[in-house]
Write a protein that binds this ligand. Structure first.
Ligand SMILES: [Zn+2]
Length: 172
């Protein structure tokens, strides 16, 4: 079991990822275009930022996100723990609205602080039995109870991308 902290995964906190002018327009200014070209932000980040902004104009929707990844037609959004409930909204209202605006299903991944086990547990929303680091490829083999396989297995790629680690799930 490893208890190394995910110090390398520093949240690239945005507030927001694009400037206030670009939030309200359909085109990007030269500064924001450069961020996109340099790979500091993605198209998904831009779409998501604009959708959040749109909702916040209609009602109070004071949220921010750390990272977004598109995978298998879904948008996974990494949000600080203290923003998670606001992001989802009462009865899932906010996250549903975001999904509508983006035309894709939005899934929230909560970013916790602490050990790898804790961080991954929060993201997958299922208890972890253990984490083994497999060398030489440095694969993080994460052991999860079999009954969570259906919901957790599809997250392997997106969790790997977010943590910048090679994460595999093993169900037992
Ligand atoms: Zn801009």
């Amino acid at each position: 079991m490893y208890h190394e902290r995910f110090n390398k995964v520093q949240p690239k906190l945005l507030i927001m990822k694009i400037c206030s002018v670009c939030l309200q327009s359909d085109i990007l200014c030269s500064g924001c275009s450069r961020k996109l070209d340099d790979g500091k932000i993605t198209r998904t980040d831009i779409e998501l930022s604009r959708a959040i902004h749109k909702i916040s104009k209609e009602k109070k929707f004071d949220v921010d996100f750390i990272q977004s990844e598109e995978d298998s037609g879904k948008v996974f959004v990494v949000v600080e723990s203290n923003h998670a409930s606001r992001f989802i909204g009462p009865g899932g209202r906010n996250i549903k609205k975001l999904s509508q605006l983006l035309g894709k299903q939005v899934k929230l991944l909560e970013k916790a602080e602490g050990s790898e086990k804790h961080v991954i547990e929060k993201m997958i929303g299922a208890p972890i039995l253990g984490v083994n680091k497999v060398y030489p490829q440095e694969i993080y083999s994460v052991r999860v109870e079999k009954r969570y396989a259906r919901t957790v297995q599809p997250l392997a790629d997106v969790i790997s991308k977010i943590l910048d680690r090679n994460v595999r799930f093993v169900f037992e």
